[in-house]
Design a protein. Sequence first.
Length: 77
Amino acid sequence: MNKKMIEKFIDKGIVNTYDLITGKKEFEDIVEDNEVPVFFINPEEDLDEEDLNTMIEYFVETEEYEKCAVLHKLKQK
């Protein structure tokens, strides 16, 4: 797997996890929309603070600050 494919795989996993935990998409929708559905964290597991921090760091790098704000709110719950 080349670097670009790995980056795309990581991006898809983080975005799918974000969509799931924020309620933007249901699990079934993500599975239907993706040939091979990937997630950053197993959807059956709870995210911990470290997982949320990793996702926030990723979205800072991709300059998706609205997603960072949503994840910060989730951390405070």
